[in-house]
Design a protein around this ligand. Structure first.
Ligand SMILES: NC(=O)c1ccc[n+]([C@@H]2O[C@H](COP(=O)([O-])OP(=O)(O)OC[C@H]3O[C@@H](n4cnc5c(N)ncnc54)[C@H](O)[C@@H]3O)[C@@H](O)[C@H]2O)c1
Ligand SMILES: O=C(O)C(=O)C[C@]1(C(=O)O)C=C[C@@H](O)C=C1
Length: 302
């Protein structure tokens, strides 16, 4: 049985449009209503027939929903939840896809105290944004982490789990604070490193006489893909997962200092040992099938 009959998606960018396309592909009888705060995005969503209906206000989009999925930047989650507060049925389950969970869950619960809220985060994405960038198979074989509170209605959690499983994801339940720490290591700080190294390289362009761009076919190119990710989305993630990101950055700074020392003092063993360990981590990720094994993943949508 389908977990929901009428799904409303607020925010029709990469993730919202991927969910809309995924529903059409895997649950075609579910009615999908979309809304985006940007009129140009609404017009585009209508032009490409993204949903069964595109509403002109958030309230009308949510009025008969049994699931509302908030797919807006982390810093806009509270405002998006507030924008449906007067219209969303009390029986509707509200969920989201935000990359930081503690602050988002708090903002949504404050705006919608009468609804069951099951926060979520599909750990799948690309560096692209907007309604044209989404695709139905984005979540296939990827994790979706749900962070319900201990006393959240189990049936609601089960329905959201079934929803994500229908889109091809594997569901994991996690404490929100733990999610934020784990994602700080696996996603947030890696993005910060990419933004930082590409920024440094660009500052050095004059010195290197454009050779940074010319020879960017190797490792640097992979960093530029990540550093092309949406500036609003990532600004919001860092401002809303401040504590965990700062904690991981502190650890990273200490480890980089250790590497600095090893290079300075010619401690080849220290470098070799670390690089051997990290190579094994990469291999185990591939063995577990969690790599973006699709050879052109991300690039196919450039
Ligand atoms: N991009 C990724 O790789 C990725 C992966 C997993 C989760 N996420 C999360 O998904 C969310 C959306 O990211 P995205 O990549 O789809 O961004 P996006 O920029 O492609 O789309 C976001 C859309 O939200 C709209 N919006 C902003 N405020 C709104 C509001 N108050 N009401 C309605 N619409 C509003 C914007 O106009 C935009 O069209 C973020 O919270 C992000 O953390 C992103
Ligand atoms: O593959 C990418 O481009 C991503 O950045 C996806 C990625 C990640 O870091 O893994 C980015 C942000 C998310 O919230 C979830 C997934």
């Amino acid at each position: 049985m389908l977990p929901f009959a009428r799904v409303t998606i607020l925010g029709l960018g990469l993730i919202g449009s991927s969910i809309a396309r995924g529903i059409r592909a895997t649950m075609p009888t579910v009615r999908v209503t979309g809304y985006d705060a940007d009129p140009a995005v609404r017009a585009r969503a209508r032009a490409i027939d993204l949903c069964d209906d595109i509403a002109d206000t958030a309230g009308t989009a949510a009025i008969d929903a049994d699931l509302v999925m908030l797919c807006v930047p982390v810093g806009a989650m509270g405002a998006a939840a507030q924008s449906i507060a007067e219209d969303v049925p009390a029986e509707a389950i509200v969920s989201d896809v935000g990359g930081a969970k503690v602050s988002v869950a708090t903002a949504i619960r404050q705006a919608l105290p009468n609804n069951i809220v099951v926060p979520g985060h599909p750990v799948a994405g690309t560096e692209h944004s907007g309604p044209d960038s989404g695709f139905a198979t984005l979540f296939k074989g990827r994790w979706c982490i749900l962070t319900p509170e201990g006393d959240t209605n189990p049936t609601a959690v089960m329905r959201i789990s079934t929803f994500w499983e229908s889109l091809g994801a594997q569901v994991e339940i996690m404490d929100a604070r733990h999610h934020d720490l784990v994602l700080a290591v696996t996603s947030h700080v890696p993005h910060l490193i990419a933004y930082s190294i590409v920024g440094t390289a660009s500052d050095l362009e004059e010195v290197t006489q454009s050779e940074v761009i010319k020879y960017s076919a190797g490792g640097f190119r992979d960093f530029t893909r990540i550093a092309a990710s949406d500036p609003v989305m990532w600004r919001d993630v860092f401002l809303n997962n401040r504590e965990a990101v700062l904690e991981i950055l502190q650890r990273l700074t200490e480890d980089v200092t250790m590497l600095q020392r090893a290079i300075r003092w010619g401690d080849g063993d220290a470098l070799f040992d670390l690089f051997t360990k990290t190579r094994a981590i990469r291999r185990s990720i591939i063995e577990q099938g969690q790599d973006d094994a699709r050879p052109d993943f991300g690039r196919a949508h450039e």
